[in-house]
Design a protein around this ligand. Structure first.
Ligand code: F6P
Length: 325
């Protein structure tokens, strides 16, 4: 009988800790008697048959490395029925009986559709700095990005204070404010402008009206990149127009938030989730994302995990307001 393989791929934006997860899936699978194939460039590589067997040695010396050794892509082809048909054919040719997909909501949405159309077993791992997947407390890459942001804001603080300036620092997160809200608290920023706090009240005015000038000469406002709100540039331009006495600057942190070596706790998280994917397969699970909730490994159906708007703990908004007086 021909040997069956577990296929593993990373998809969407890279996240630090993906390599630790690739290592964990590969080694846990081999330990438990499976063979593993690495699929390069996400679903693009599945469609193009860019696939190679992974041995335990192939995943040596990667636990500490950012990015993904398998490379990643946002595949347009896989969003089409023709692309998914080709992907299924390649899986058959390569004897891949189950797929482990490490990625964010777009990647897991692709997996959900694929698993509905074809009789394939898909297991997802939450891999995104945005931390926006439902049912898991944390996603691979989030903590490392958060720490990078905090290190950057600490440095910006030095120059902001020296010049008595108001800085708008834009951070990633797409439509989720986790990176912005948590980094604001961790860096002692004066405010965070996040999509989850979008109300009738104008977040900029609320911040200005809190009267930060009474006690502080410099201020840092972390702005979530959320395209609907216009990002840091938008707020800086408004302040220049509406409050011309402020000396305003903008810092957009961009892709440096995605790189770097994963934090120790997230290497452990990725290792637990990677092993969890193999345990899930052995337990006959399919079409679930492996997550972490209350420090326990859990399985969340794809349909749940990719639900919009993972809730952000609103008490954090109050805490930031209280602590930034
Ligand atoms: O989803 C991860 C993420 O880094 C988002 O925070 C950001 O909006 C997006 O990817 C950027 O994507 P790209 O690398 O394609 O510019």
């Amino acid at each position: 009988m021909e040997e069956k393989y577990i296929g593993i791929l990373t998809s969407g934006g890279d996240a630090s800790g993906m390599n630790a997860a690739i290592r964990a899936v590969t080694r846990s699978a081999i330990f438990n008697g499976y063979r593993v194939k690495g699929i390069y460039r996400g679903y693009e590589g599945l469609i193009a048959d860019d696939i190679k067997e992974l041995t335990t040695e192939d995943v040596s010396n990667i636990i500490q490395r950012g990015g993904t050794i398998l490379k990643t892509a946002r595949s347009q082809q896989f969003t089409t029925p023709e692309g998914r048909k080709r992907a299924y054919e390649v899986m058959q040719q390569e004897n891949i009986s189950a797929l482990v997909i490490i990625g964010g909501d777009g990647s897991l949405t692709g997996a959900r559709i694929f698993a509905e159309e074809y009789d394939v077993v898909c297991i997802g791992l939450p891999g995104t700095i945005d931390n926006d997947l439902y049912g898991t407390d944390f996603t691979i890459g989030y903590d490392t990005a958060l720490n990078t942001i905090v290190q950057c804001v600490d440095k910006i603080r030095d120059t902001a204070t020296s010049h008595d300036r108001l800085f708008f620092v834009e951070v990633m997160g797409r439509d989720a404010g986790f990176l912005a809200q948590y980094s604001a608290i961790a860096s002692g920023a004066e405010a965070a402008i996040i999509p989850e706090d979008r109300t009738d009240a104008d977040q900029l005015e609320t911040f200005i009206n809190r009267g930060f000038r009474k006690t502080k000469n410099s201020s840092i406002v972390i702005v979530s990149e959320s395209p609907k709100d216009g990002g840091a540039m938008h707020y800086a331009q408004r302040v220049e127009k509406e409050y011309p006495d402020y000396d305003v600057r903008v810092s957009i942190l961009g892709h440096l938030q995605r790189g770097g070596s994963p934090s120790a706790s997230y290497r452990i998280l990725a290792s637990r989730l990677g092993d969890g994917a193999v345990q899930a397969l052995m337990a006959g699970q399919r079409n679930v994302m492996v997550g972490i909730h209350d420090n326990e490994v859990v399985y969340i159906p794809f349909t749940e995990a990719i639900k919009d708007d993972k809730p952000l703990d609103k008490s954090l908004i109050r805490i930031l307001n209280e602590l930034s007086i």
